[in-house]
Design a protein around this ligand. Sequence first.
Ligand code: 5GP
Ligand code: ZN
Length: 116
Amino acid sequence: MSDCLFCKIVDGRIPTSKVYEDELILAFKDIQPQRPVHILVIPKKHITSLATVDAGDAEILGRMLVKANEIAVAEGSPNGFRAIINTGEVGQQEVPHLHLHIVGGPDPVGPMLKRL
Ligand code: 5GP
Ligand code: ZN
């Protein structure tokens, strides 16, 4: 998807603060962090949202979740975090490339966040 913002981050056309990468996924710092730790984990392959995945995406989705705690700990959230996937219009997803928000830090994040 040549005009997708996060695809541009994957292929290096837009610079970002990368914190983890493997053959399936990429993790980088959110440009407008809502908490001391705010990382986005995305598939390298373009997937629009959780509403468009199929069984063939299970390995990628699994990798995103399996790596989440390791990424959170490495970035300064050693005692847990909040994982959020905004999906579609109702979920108020702004960037139409699937992404998992990892939100945390040394302290509790508080009640459900207002906007992520
Ligand atoms: P959404 O509302 O779609 O769940 O979240 C999109 C997230 O992407 C927002 O938290 C926003 O700050 C972040 N974001 C938007 N554009 C960029 C960008 O160019 N670079 C980075 N690192 N994050 C971005
Ligand atoms: Zn994309």
